[in-house]
Design a protein around this ligand. Structure first.
Ligand SMILES: Nc1ncnc2c1ncn2[C@@H]1O[C@H](COP(=O)(O)OP(=O)(O)OP(=O)(O)O)[C@@H](O)[C@H]1O
Length: 263
């Protein structure tokens, strides 16, 4: 299995402060990683490096076999699918859901007189169907609820046929039904052997979809644990990561955690 992502001693320094520090981490082809950590830990910073939008201040990052600094990022970026809030803000609010997904096939955010191929439209419809967005094809992106917007963004990220799929807090802000619906859909994607390698940032172990294989825990910019879910997603690691005593349970292919009561 080859490396999809490899960070070696990566630090990012801003205003004299390390946002992430000495991070060494590798993601192999086919793996599905979750990045867990408290607010401000550096999760989005890692995702921004993985998406080639942020250069390490020190250390090396290799993405899809291409060393950052020695590759044209404009050739690399179409190979990476990213679904996150930052992108949602760049997408035109008055574009339809179908157009929002279709424009990704052309590496664009907005519809601009390009004529779409029938095959692209079929693919966009198939991704939207898989994410339960069939009834929203002609709705304006800006009128969608948070859950609908997130599902549209994932369909959009898949449209470019990425080799690496990055998901930044896909379940944040969703109600229980919305979260469970998304987790099931991501679980189905994670188990698809043809789906790309995946990295998903979350704050909650309850949001880890079945089929995700590895976890990286980060606290104050430093990696606290990284490896297979079964060995690393422990009460000890989770307690250290979030800074209070926690117990963690696995029920079937899902996880849950709770704090121990105050004495
Ligand atoms: N350009 C910047 N300049 C200075 N500090 C920054 C910059 N970007 C991010 N930070 C800080 O770096 C730290 C890590 O930010 P990051 O967004 O990676 O955390 P996170 O783990 O994703 O947090 P959250 O869970 O709250 O989204 C935070 O303390 C943030 O305020």
């Amino acid at each position: 299995m080859s490396d999809v992502l490899e960070l070696v001693d990566v630090s990012v320094v801003r205003e004299g402060r390390a946002l992430v520090e000495d991070v060494s981490w590798s993601v192999k082809e086919g793996e599905r990683w979750v990045i867990l950590g408290p607010n401000g830990a550096g999760k989005t910073t890692l995702l921004n490096i993985a998406s080639s939008y942020l250069y390490p201040t020190t250390g090396h990052a290799t993405i899809l076999g291409e060393r950052m600094g020695a590759v044209d990022v404009f050739e690399l970026r179409p190979r990476i699918g990213m679904a996150g809030l930052a992108l949602a803000e760049k997408l035109p609010r008055n574009q339809t859901v179908l157009e929002t997904v279709l424009t990704a096939a052309y590496g664009m955010t907005a519809h601009w007189r390009e004529s779409y191929e029938a095959v692209d439209e079929e693919r966009a419809l198939a991704f939207l169907d898989r994410l339960g967005m069939n009834d929203y094809l002609n709705r304006k992106f800006g009128t969608l609820s948070e859950g609908e917007r997130k599902r549209t963004l994932i369909a959009r990220a898949m449209m470019a046929d990425p080799e690496l799929l990055l998901l930044d807090e896909p379940a944040a802000g969703l109600d229980l039904g919305g979260r469970e619906d998304l987790v099931r859909r991501l679980g189905r994607l994670a188990r698809d052997p043809y789906a790309p390698s995946m990295v998903m940032v979350t704050h909650h172990v309850e949001e880890i979809p079945p089929g995700f294989t590895h976890v990286l825990m980060i606290r104050q910019g430093r990696v606290l644990a990284a490896g297979p879910m079964e060995t690393e997603l422990t009460a000890r690691n989770l307690s250290l990561c979030f800074g209070l005593p926690l117990v963690v349970e696995q029920t079937g292919s899902r996880w849950s955690a709770q704090g121990l009561p105050l004495s």
